[in-house]
Design a protein around this ligand. Structure first.
Ligand code: NAD
Length: 250
C-alpha cells in the first residue's frame, strides 16, 4: 500500500497521549515511521519506536534525536506537540511556574527543532508542525501563562518558517480548540460533577462539541505532507470556527 508519507520518519513529541497519539496513528496510516518522544512511553502501540525524552532537558532531547538517527538514518518531519497546561493570572503564577511552563511549551520546541535541523536539511520532504492553541488569539480568563506560551509557539512558527525557507524546511502550526483528550478529561474529573461539566464545556464550543484529536491529526498530516509544499508560516485553526468567525468563548 502506498501512502503520502512512505519512507519518511516523523517524530511526534507528546505522542503517547491525546492529540499526539492521534497524529502518530495518522502518520502510520500514511506509511511513515512514526517516532514518539514522551515522558511516558508505556501506552505507545506496538511497532512504534518510542524514546523516553523530556523536552525540558537539552541532553535528553539530544540523546533522543541521536537514537532516531542511529535507528533510521533520517528525520523528515518533526511535530512539536508536547505541552502542559497552566491556569492562573500573572499574579497567581509565580516566576518558578512561568519558567517551568515556558521551559516545556516554548524551549521544548526550540530544543527538539534545533537538534533535528541538521537531519531535516537532508530531507527532500522536510516539515515542522507545531501545536499551538486557540489561546493564541482568544483572551481567556486564567490563561495568561498558557496563552503567552502558545503565543510564543505561533510566533516561533513564523520566525522559523522565515529562517529555514530557503533550506526547504516548511514550518506551520495548528491551533486546536478544546479537544477531547486525557488532558481535558483530567480537568473535567476535578469538577464536582464531571458529566455536567463536560456538557457545559461542549455547549460553550461554537459547534457544540469538543474537537476530536483525529481532526487535529488530519490538519497536522496535511501541513506535514508534500501536498502542502507551498504552505509555510501559517496557523490552521481546528476550533469549530471560533477564530475564523471571531467568536469568543462564553
Ligand atoms: P495530553 O496531556 O493528553 O498529552 C500530552 C503528552 O505530552 C503526554 O503524553 C505527556 O506525557 C507529554 N509531555 C508532557 N510534558 C512533556 C515533556 N516535558 N517531555 C516530553 N513529553 C511531555 O495533552 P493533549 O490534550 O493531547 O495536548 C497536546 C498538545 O495540544 C499540547 O501542546 C496542548 O497545549 C495542545 N492543545 C490541547 C488542547 C486541548 O483542549 N486538549 C487545545 C489546544 C491545544
Amino acid at each position: 500500500m502506498s501512502g503520502e508519507f512512505d519512507g519518511l520518519v516523523a517524530i511526534v513529541t507528546g505522542g503517547a497521549s491525546g492529540i499526539g497519539a492521534a497524529i502518530v496513528d495518522r502518520f502510520r496510516a500514511g506509511g511513515a515511521e512514526a517516532v514518539v518522544f514522551d515522558l511516558n512511553t508505556e501506552n505507545v502501540p506496538d511497532g512504534v519506536f518510542a524514546v523516553r525524552v523530556d523536552i525540558a532537558d537539552t541532553d535528553s532531547v539530544n540523546a533522543g534525536i541521536q537514537a532516531v538517527a542511529e535507528r533510521f538514518g533520517r528525520i523528515d518531519i518533526v511535530v512539536n506537540n508536547a505541552g502542559v497546561g497552566a491556569q492562573g493570572t500573572i499574579e497567581t503564577n509565580d516566576d518558578a511556574e512561568w519558567q517551568r511552563v515556558l521551559n516545556i511549551n516554548v524551549l521544548g520546541l526550540v530544543r527538539v527543532s534545533r537538534a533535528a535541523l541538521p537531519w531535516l536539511r537532508k530531507s527532500p520532504a522536510a516539515a515542522i508542525v507545531n501545536t499551538a492553541s486557540i489561546a493564541v488569539t482568544a483572551g481567556l480568563p486564567e490563561r495568561a501563562l498558557y496563552g503567552a506560551s502558545k503565543g510564543a509557539v505561533y510566533s516561533l512558527t513564523l520566525q522559523m518558517a522565515a529562517d529555514h525557507l530557503r533550506e526547504g524546511i516548511r514550518v506551520n502550526c495548528v491551533n486546536p480548540g478544546t479537544a477531547n483528550t486525557p488532558w481535558v478529561q483530567r480537568l473535567l474529573d476535578s469538577a464536582p460533577d464531571p458529566v455536567a461539566e463536560r456538557a457545559a464545556l461542549e455547549a460553550r464550543q461554537p459547534h457544540l462539541r469538543l474537537v476530536q484529536p483525529e481532526e487535529v491529526a488530519a490538519a497536522v498530516a496535511y501541513l506535514a505532507s508534500p501536498l502542502a509544499g507551498s504552505t509555510t508560516g501559517t496557523a490552521l485553526a481546528v476550533d469549530g470556527g471560533m477564530d475564523g468567525l471571531r467568536l469568543r468563548p462564553t
